[in-house]
Ligand binder design. Structure first.
Ligand code: SAM
Length: 357
């Protein structure tokens, strides 16, 4: 009896785990092989367990053994998919590459340089939502339903952001901007800031709010905000937000720089007017030049190290001497870049361009 219960539970966990896997074979034969691997592995567990009912066994298993179960599921998947109990029909990696090629051909974005694991997990959401059984089937959906591209880009670009995200970074940014303003006094040149991977504009508008507050000298400045997601850029230009995106904005700034209507927060023209939104693909578009500060936060996480290296090199050339690069708090600057960038705030991941003599 208990063996059946345990088998049922393991099958349930395994099915859940496999439901978003399209890069391996999940046919009945493979599933059976995976399950029997798991059952064999957990025989000692259920033999020792004296929980009387299904519910107790389920609770007990999850509480006591969940880490081991999920570890074992991954082992089973790896083992069986490397050595399936039947001749292999599909080359799933090839199918995945075909899908990426098609996206590049149709939309011009080369996702092949993004982290493969993240991409697969994100694309799996759409493969599953369209009830496709494989990447190849999903390719047909993409070809026949142009709307599907919008949904795919939504999951691939992950454009969640908020005003003054990671507040401590903004304290540092404000200090650096004060320094830049002072050094631009009487120079007659514009101070240029760039929010790269700006999502719906929250970061660029946060920069604009700080500049409005501290630029008492009235030095000329411009804020550029770029992204590959056209829908996001459109929303950014509209500048309308829910409360949740503005929760870090000080009350006085909310009153000064937003019009609140119902549950929506509209950014005022005085802020909108200093930000210029543009389409720019960090992989393939020409970069902006003469920047004093580039913020590229929570974008690198999706890129492979080789691509990060390329992008940091291009940022180096985009910056004026002494200009600043701000990356996300959970990101690190690729090792090679540390020769040409000085770390000036380790905690907030802020770097300064060093001139190569
Ligand atoms: C998580 S958001 C980061 C938003 C903001 N920088 C922040 O930290 O809150 C990542 C953004 O990077 C953009 N992105 C992804 N790949 C890109 C690329 N190749 N070129 C430009 N932007 C890209 C996405 O469209 C998305 O809007």
């Amino acid at each position: 009896m208990k063996k059946n219960i345990l088998e049922g539970l393991l099958k349930y966990f395994l099915d859940r785990h496999l439901s978003l896997k399209f890069d391996i074979c999940t046919c009945e034969k493979c599933k059976e092989a995976m399950l029997s691997y798991l059952v064999d592995k957990f025989v000692p567990v259920y033999a020792e367990d004296d929980s009387p009912s299904y519910q107790e066994l389920e609770k007990g298993l999850i509480k006591k053994y969940s880490k081991e179960i999920f570890g074992a599921i991954n082992e089973a998947i790896e083992k069986i998919s490397k050595n399936p109990p039947h001749p292999s029909k599909h080359d799933r990696e090839k199918e995945f590459n075909n899908l990426l090629d098609k996206i590049k051909e149709d939309r011009g974005v080369d996702f092949s340089l993004y982290h493969r694991g993240i991409l697969k997990r994100r694309i799996a959401l759409r493969v599953s939502a369209t009830k496709s059984k494989s990447y190849s089937e999903y390719l047909h959906v993409l070809a026949s339903d142009p709307k599907e591209y919008e949904k795919l880009f939504e999951v691939l670009t992950i454009n969640v952001s908020e005003f003054f995200r990671d507040y401590s970074v903004w304290i540092s940014i404000e200090r650096l901007l004060r320094g830049l303003i002072a050094s631009h006094k009487d120079k007659g040149v514009s101070l240029n800031l760039w929010s790269a991977g700006c999502a719906k504009g929250e970061e660029a508008y946060s920069l604009a709010i700080i500049m409005k507050e501290i630029n008492k000298e009235g030095i000329p400045f411009r804020i550029y905000a770029t992204d590959i997601d056209l829908d996001c850029l459109k929303e950014a230009e509209e500048g309308v937000y829910d409360y949740i995106r503005t929760k870090n904005v000080k009350k006085e700034f909310l009153e000064k720089y937003f019009v609140i209507k119902g549950d929506k927060y509209y950014i005022k023209p005085i802020i909108k007017d200093v930000v210029e939104f543009r389409y720019l693909d960090l992989i393939s578009s020409p970069y902006l030049e003469n920047m004093d500060m580039i913020t590229c936060r929570n974008v690198f996480i999706y890129f492979t190290k080789a691509l990060q290296e390329r992008i940091v090199d291009k940022f180096y050339h985009s910056l004026k001497e002494g200009g600043y690069l701000v990356i996300g708090k959970s990101e690190t600057l690729v090792y090679e870049a540390r020769v040409v960038f000085k770390e000036i705030d380790m905690y907030n991941r802020i770097y300064q361009k060093i001139a190569i003599k």
